[in-house]
Design a binder for this molecule. Structure first.
Ligand code: PR8
Length: 467
């Protein structure tokens, strides 16, 4: 799987009914029912986190060219990626309309109308929408799509720079909680100047190491400073009566979250879904013989009801096929816990439980304790998946002080840490020499020498092969 990860990933999307890429537009796929459920559950987690202190809104998908073009640096960053609507029916439009590649230029003109005084601040809003990017790099389902179907974008405005910096920390904590819930490990870094979001002061990014050693950017948080406030004239009257520009931030995660859940936890048998996002947390597999069939099925329904009452998502696979086939299907689909029930189990008043994250079979008694025991197994499975994933990351981040060693380490599937002086020209030289991307700065240091220039190091930075 590790060697052929891209192929494995492509196959699993199809075989586990996640998405269908045969839709006749490149970079745009269909969410199939099973994938849609995973998407829904993951979306609900982030929604809950955002709802704590953000208001949900919904802006139009089309952005007038004049607004999109207003912020020069921003538009430069996106100009090659914008889809344009130029016609309404047979009539050419007076003004071209962009399909939002992201929504700064849709939202901020309205912020300019809504924000009047310091009382209106901070403003914290989010929307979950589809965005469109005419990606020129190789498209891949969920990973690099041209229609991002689940763009969770948050946009805030503040009275002071300090507050905007605090907001960045809040977003970091929120995304940590989100990815922790999914058992997805992450590397957090400050993107280098040449790779920050177009129009931002700085960008903080979450990256995950996929099984083939390539990193995937799964979330970004941008401090926009006052750039957009100047462009869109977003000002407020402060307590002292002065009119001031706001400070802004934004943050986003996309369909890549699902890609990371699939990629990080999957194994050669298929998906291994964390219980929080799995469409079924428990799958009951009846072992049916002619004799006693009705009784077994009745008991399965009873168990289902009992578990559902405890808030667990359960399905019964009562298809008329071999149990072994059912077993394999649910291994492929990654249901966290399978419960097997045959006539003999019924006689013994037990069910045989098997966690997807490990093969061991455990007998559970069919009584009032069942739901608690199932919950306990789900929790253990969740913790185990997360531990395996974090251990993998721990083993795949290596430090070196020798620039010539980077290539060998990266090719062996690692992300490499190194000392960097912070100079942009030197950074780009490191990228050019190695052929990899500097993810960003992980921490500031007052020791060590820059791996390329030999001058005093300012940072520990990360370099990797990226998606
Ligand atoms: C912003 N504005 O837009 P960002 N396919 C899948 N996922 C993608 C793709 C793609 N083509 N492009 C980006 N992402 C800011 C923040 C509002 C929200 C994912 O930021 O351009 C990446 O995981 O950095 C990225 O971190 C996230 O969307 C946000 O996109």
């Amino acid at each position: 799987m590790v060697e052929n990860f891209d192929e494995w990933f492509h196959d699993i999307l199809e075989n586990a009914d996640i998405t269908d890429s045969r839709y006749p537009i490149k970079g745009m796929a269909v969410w199939r029912p099973y994938g849609f459920q995973i998407r829904k559950h993951s979306m609900n987690i982030i929604k809950k986190l955002l709802d704590k202190d953000h208001d949900e809104v919904l802006f139009p998908m089309l952005v007038p060219e004049t607004e999109l073009a207003k912020e020069g640096i921003h538009v430069k960053g996106f100009e090659d990626e914008v889809y344009w609507v130029t016609q309404g029916g047979q009539t050419p439009l007076n003004e071209k309309l962009a399909l939002r590649p992201t929504s700064e230029t849709a939202i901020y003109p309205m912020y300019s109308l809504w924000i009047r005084t310091h009382i209106d601040l901070p403003i914290k809003m989010y929307q979950i929408v589809n965005t469109f990017r005419y990606e020129t790099k190789h498209t891949r389902p969920l990973i690099r799509v041209r229609e991002i179907t689940t763009f969770k974008e948050a946009h805030t405005a503040h009275a002071t720079k300090e507050e905007s910096d605090e907001q960045i920390q809040d977003f970091i904590e929120m995304y940590k909680e989100f990815f922790d819930d999914l058992g997805i490990p992450y590397l957090i870094s400050k993107r280098p100047e040449w790779d920050k979001f177009p129009g931002s002061d700085y960008t903080m990014a979450f990256d995950v190491i996929m099984p083939n050693g390539k990193t995937l950017q799964i979330g970004t948080i941008h401090n926009l400073g006052q750039t957009f406030a100047k462009t869109f004239d977003i000002t407020f009257e402060d307590k002292d009566g002065e009119h001031k520009l706001v400070y802004q931030t934004c943050a986003g995660v996309s369909d890549r979250v699902i890609a990371s859940v699939i990629g990080v936890h999957g194994d050669e048998k298929g998906l291994r879904l964390p219980p929080k996002v799995s469409p079924n947390q428990v799958t009951i597999i009846p072992i049916l013989f002619k004799k006693g069939k009705e009784e077994v099925l009745a008991k399965c329904s009873e168990i289902k009801e009992q578990l559902e009452e405890a808030g667990i998502r359960v399905n019964i696979d009562d298809r008329d096929i071999r149990p072994g086939k059912k077993f394999n299907d649910w291994e492929l689909k990654g249901t966290p816990l399978k419960l097997e029930l045959g006539p003999r189990d019924l006689e013994n008043n037990i069910t045989v439980a098997m966690r997807r994250d490990e093969g061991e079979k455990i007998e559970l008694t069919l009584d009032d304790s069942l739901a608690d025991n199932v919950m306990d197994l789900l929790e253990k499975s969740n913790e185990n998946l997360s531990k395996i994933a974090w251990d993998f990351q721990g083993e795949h981040v290596k430090f070196t002080e020798d620039i010539n060693e980077i290539s060998e380490l990266v090719e062996a599937g690692n992300v490499v840490k190194f000392y960097w002086g912070g100079d942009e020209a030197v950074g780009k030289e490191i990228e050019e020499k190695t052929g990899y991307d500097i993810l960003g700065i992980q921490e500031e240091v007052s020791e060590g020498k820059c791996i390329a220039s030999g001058e005093d190091a300012k940072y520990v930075a990360l370099i990797a092969k990226t998606y």
